[in-house]
Design a protein around this ligand. Structure first.
Ligand code: SF4
Length: 208
């Protein structure tokens, strides 16, 4: 039986970053006066229906499950856990399956991170992007750079096997010194992260 991996897309963000061309929506883009709860309330049920359909046509052993977006960490951990449970019930999930959640540092705290671990995630990827305030501002990112070390420690304390950081380089107005500051602020050993991913900002202000 061949391997089969799942990517679960959660298409919501509280705010749209100017460089972003991912398939994601703020609540007000979807509904006048919409809130995250009103626009996302039945989304997980829809994902579960998709999984039921997929079960009829796709078989395989599951080595990885990845929740991306959007900002999947905005949704309640219990709802995300319902998806993991459905995949476990429907497929042969390998014992060492890597189950990843992309997380915005602003959307999680020590309690939420513990709940996410409890829900079945064993890898978490934080959108750090930069350690330099003016670069974060040009990217429309709202988190405080100092939050990164905190959430990484929360993730380690909660028992995440793997923690990664997403970084962006080449942003408008970013100097080489700025980039060096960012890389030095996210040292592999000090923050005990397992992976750092770099994305270049293209001339059209989009990333790939
Ligand atoms: S948080 Fe990520 S997915 Fe959401 S708008 Fe910003 S870059 Fe796009």
């Amino acid at each position: 039986m061949s391997d089969l991996s799942f990517y679960v897309h959660i298409p919501y963000c509280v705010r749209r970053c100017g460089y972003c061309d991912f398939n994601t929506y703020t609540p007000s883009e979807l509904l006048d006066n919409g809130t995250l709860e009103t626009v996302s309330g039945d989304y997980i049920d829809a994902v579960l229906l998709e999984l039921a359909l997929a079960k009829k046509s796709a078989a395989g052993k599951i080595p990885t499950i990845f929740f991306g977006g959007g900002t999947p960490s905005l949704l309640p951990a219990a709802d995300l856990g319902r998806v993991i449970s459905a995949i476990r019930q429907g497929w042969d999930v390998s014992d060492d399956c890597e189950i990843t959640l992309e997380a915005n540092p602003d959307s999680v705290d020590v309690v939420k991170i513990a709940q996410l671990r409890e829900a079945g995630f064993n890898r978490i990827s934080f959108g750090m992007q930069s350690a330099v305030p003016h670069v974060l501002k040009v990217l429309d990112r709202t988190h405080q750079p100092e939050n990164i070390a905190k959430v990484v420690e929360f993730a380690r304390a909660a028992g995440f096997d793997s923690v990664s950081l997403d970084l962006i380089y080449g942003s408008p107005g970013e100097s080489l010194d700025n980039w060096r500051t960012t890389v030095e602020a996210a040292p592999f050993k000090r923050l005990r992260t397992d992976c750092r991913n770099g994305h270049e900002t293209s001339k059209s202000n989009k990333t790939w």
